[in-house]
Design a protein around this ligand. Sequence first.
Ligand code: PGA
Length: 250
Amino acid sequence: MRTPVMAGNWKMYKTAAQTSDFFAQFSPAVAASTHAEIVICAPFVDLPAAVEAARSTSIGIGAQDVFWLKEGAYTGEVSAPMLAAIGCQWVIVGHSERRQYFDETEETVFKKTVAALEAGLTPIVCVGERLEEREAGATESVLAQQFEGGMQGLDAQQFARIVIAYEPVWAIGTGKTATPEMAQAAHAFLRSRIEGHFGNSAAAACRILYGGSVKPDNVRGLMAQPDIDGALVGGASLIPASFAAIVNYL
Ligand code: PGA
């Protein structure tokens, strides 16, 4: 019942010209894929080129961050209405790299999520434990805290419109994917928290993506898990053929 979401997170890679080149190869390779929603989250400056290139396709375009106010004296920031106005439909919120290097907190994740929803964007809200937290047996308490601080304050209608991404920090960009079983356990835990707070049907409907070294050769095992509803893909989303292979995992 949950349509998978296959989302690429380009991080700080590609110019506008490289964005157009990517779509020239990627779009035809996924043109026949109707089993999943396909999303590319590009750097801010590449978004107009991405929106333009994806115009006659079903590929959705997203940003990788957003500020929580609509406008104002906030040098360097970009607001959710600005993203919506150029044709963005998605935005990543609370990626671990933003938590780690740019002081993202549960509070800012929450505010950004609300701002994105108000502008009509679909936020992909990221959670995930660091290696030392996993080794200390704290994975579930970290996820519970991130869920509580970042999402629990949404109302039911707002919650129904978000997508969650579980990305264990130790698996991002390291080539160390969580095993399908480890990922499934974390996803099931998150779904149980959703059920506890938002109820059965909200939990059954919420899409939880896995992220962290997803590649063409491991995506199928991950997607076979009952609580994994898609992927947030970094490195492998930069190459048209490899992201197309991931999208077309079936
Ligand atoms: P990766 O990145 O696929 O390169 O591990 C995933 C992410 O950070 O979203």
